[in-house]
Design a protein around this ligand. Structure first.
Ligand code: NDP
Length: 334
């Protein structure tokens, strides 16, 4: 019987994995979803205690300090140190405890700032990342370096996946740290639920920037299915991009429209061009994934947005609108 430990099991991707595994209920696998309450993975002894208790044979390593642009820009040192610590503790402890496979999570936002498009798996280390998130990026890139080193020295099959922007139920909606989709869902929810005496047709939803930049998104439930496939079937140390097809790229304005539709919003969408757009596009190629899984059907973007908005409305009280408790505690202590 394989025992799979999911670090970061209480987050956006962890909750999606849990939902897919519940549905699949595999007879030959036992899964444990660990959050920061189980162990602070920046701490080696706590990491070792978690592994000693759960005795995993396989690990999906998601735990990370994660945040949007603003949060990264102001906290590069914390993103670097916390993620370096977490990754080193998890990989070394997995090795010491004899775990046969570890699948860790990189991100398309760690690729070189100056690059050609589409980005592919061979380009991870080809130049400095965007200066806004260099702490997160270098910590994540080193996972790939460590995976190769564990393979060279011990023959370990520790590998990584590279998702593009992820969204879905259980996202992080805190304005200071959220990514674009949960940020917009939160703001749209506020707009439709406040000032109920104002007719909705007179309300205005502001899209930050021109709305023109193109972005690739992957629905967390699709990503979870793909990560489980990687865990069971992908036999290479080299990273693999897990992203929807290039043809499914959408503009930021398309995102706003899909969210407005999911809320049945009757007001106007207006672009605030005084706000920064960021890079115009960051297209990643999923050709490697497609060569291995040509028929995988990604959930249609509008449908996935509709489900995510429905989840947010139904779970508004529990939805994460505050920072991870651990970091609040750490920041209060410094
Ligand atoms: P979330 O922010 O939703 O969840 C983060 C998870 O990490 C939570 O379970 C949290 O635990 C846990 N965690 C954070 N710090 C610690 C710590 N010190 N010790 C133990 N656990 C900790 O992240 P996502 O689900 O969005 O991200 C999952 C992975 O995917 C990450 O590696 C991220 O870098 C990567 N990724 C994310 C993208 C995105 O768009 N969200 C895009 C590409 C990659 P708790 O909540 O219990 O405190």
């Amino acid at each position: 019987m394989n025992k799979v430990l999911v670090t970061g099991g209480t987050g956006l991707v962890g909750k999606a994995l849990e939902a897919v595994i519940k549905e699949q209920s595999p007879a030959d696998e036992q899964w444990y979803f660990a959050g920061s309450k189980d162990a602070d993975l920046t701490n080696l002894a706590a990491t070792q205690a978690l592994f000693a208790r759960e005795k995993p044979t396989h690990v999906i390593h998601l735990a990370a300090m994660v945040g949007g642009l603003f949060h990264n820009m102001n906290n590069n040192l914390d993103f670097l140190r916390n993620n370096l610590l977490i990754n080193d503790n998890v990989l070394q402890t997995a090795h010491e405890q004899g775990c046969v496979k570890v699948v860790s999570c990189l991100s398309t936002c760690i690729f070189p700032d100056k690059t050609s498009y589409p980005i592919d798996e061979t380009m991870v280390h080809n130049g400095p990342p965007h200066p806004s998130n260099y702490g997160y990026s270098y910590a994540k890139r080193l996972i790939d370096v460590q995976n190769h080193a564990y393979h060279d020295k011990y023959g370990r099959l520790y590998t990584s996946v590279i998702p593009c922007n992820i969204f879905g139920p259980h996202d992080n909606y805190k304005p200071e740290v959220s990514h674009v989709i949960p940020g917009m869902i939160n703001r749209m929810h506020q707009l439709v639920t406040e000032k109920l005496d104002v007719p909705e047709s007179e309300k205005v939803f502001t899209v930050f920037g021109s709305g023109k930049p193109l972005r690739q998104f992957v629905y967390s439930l699709d990503l979870a299915e793909l990560m489980i496939w990687v865990l069971r079937n992908y036999e290479s140390v080299e990273p693999i991009i897990l992203s929807a097809d290039e043809a499914q790229e959408v503009t930021i304005f398309d995102v706003a429209q899909a969210i407005a539709k999911a809320f049945n919003f009757k007001g106007k969408l207006v672009c605030d061009t005084s706000k920064a757009d960021g890079q115009y596009k960051k297209t990643a190629s999923n050709a490697k994934l497609r060569s291995l899984l040509p028929d995988y059907a990604f959930t249609d973007f509008e449908t996935a947005i509709k489900t995510s908005v429905k989840w947010y409305k139904e779970n508004y009280d529990q939805a994460r609108k505050t920072l991870c408790a651990l970091y609040v505690q750490q920041n209060n202590n410094t």
